[in-house]
Design a protein around this ligand. Structure first.
Ligand code: HXC
Length: 256
């Protein structure tokens, strides 16, 4: 079910970092269905081309690593040149693995901080010069771990907490030029690589689902609808917020 009319994003352009799979691909797909021209960025060129083929409608495939500022800037430049500027930028590239801090090397911690937090700064900072302003909308993918600590997730908890505050500062700094910056915090999403890493058995899925008020994982399209809302004109006065889209999981453990 969707409340959005066909053509909602006609004439808009979108750049989705991490848009080659999972939730970010669902977001890219929905934006494309609603009329936006979409560029998807991933590390793997084959996956990027496959994602663009899935999207159709003149979608663009780009391959670079968000940890590399110059490469990120070049990918954004290519999308902007092809599309005539960018209206929507989604920073969704993320990395994760489950390990207690004592089993994590400094480099393992840094890898996730670099992809999630530094990557979000790189995408947002580099995209600014290519935005069609006023009216541009930026979102990043946060997570409940930003506010609720989770064992085995010291790197992602720290990265996502940093992302939430980065969103707030950029919203303050860029609001005067008509650029909105928000975060979207999904809970568990069915069928994603991230959830396969965090809950690898059916028993673990059932256990986690039983704690969520909605008693289930999200479907990718539910996260995509929330992303479209934040990037649409319907959210024209919303900036600096982190929207929980998690079936109520942020409220705490609701198992009985
Ligand atoms: C302990 C590990 C590890 C593990 C990797 N490392 N996996 N340590 N347990 N399971 C360590 C490595 O030993 C290495 O440290 C360091 O991390 C970097 O690993 P590399 O493989 O060299 O790095 P890289 O190729 O850059 O890969 C980054 C990555 C990887 C994050 C480690 O998993 C990745 O690329 N992931 C991308 C896809 C992904 O994770 N998708 C899920 C995102 S879901 P040493 O010391 O040996 O050099 C998501 C949403 C979940 O984020 C919501 C929660 C916030």
């Amino acid at each position: 079910m969707s409340a959005f009319p066909d053509g909602l994003l006609d004439g808009k352009t979108a750049f989705v970092a991490g848009g080659t799979s999972g939730v970010n691909l669902a977001i890219a797909l929905r934006m494309s269905e609603l009329g936006a021209r979409v560029a998807v960025l991933g590390r793997n060129p084959e996956k990027a081309h496959a994602a663009a083929d899935t999207l159709g409608r003149g979608a663009m495939a780009l391959a670079s690593d968000v940890r590399d500022y110059a490469a990120t800037q070049e990918s954004l430049r290519r999308a902007s040149d092809a599309f005539g500027g960018l209206d929507i930028v989604v920073s969704g590239a993320a990395g994760n693995f489950v390990a207690p801090a004592l089993d994590m090397s400094a480099n393992g911690f840094k890898a996730v901080i670099d992809i999630d937090l530094i990557g979000t700064f790189n995408v947002f900072r580099a995209c600014y010069d290519f935005l069609r302003r006023p009216g541009a909308s930026l979102i990043t993918l946060s997570a409940g771990q930003a506010t609720v600590p989770l064992v085995g997730q010291s790197h992602a908890c720290a990265a996502k907490a940093g992302i939430n505050h980065l969103v707030r500062v950029l919203a303050m700094e860029w609001g005067p030029t008509g650029v909105r910056v928000n975060g979207l915090a999904p809970g568990p999403v069915a069928g994603t690589e991230g959830m396969a890493r965090l809950t690898s058995t059916e028993e673990a899925v059932q256990r986690l689902s039983s704690r969520i008020p909605m008693r289930r994982y999200a479907h990718g399209h539910e996260i995509a609808e929330a992303a479209v809302f934040l990037c649409s004109a319907s959210a024209s006065y919303i900036t600096g917020t982190i929207l929980d889209c998690d079936g109520g999981a942020h409220l705490g453990d609701s198992s009985t």
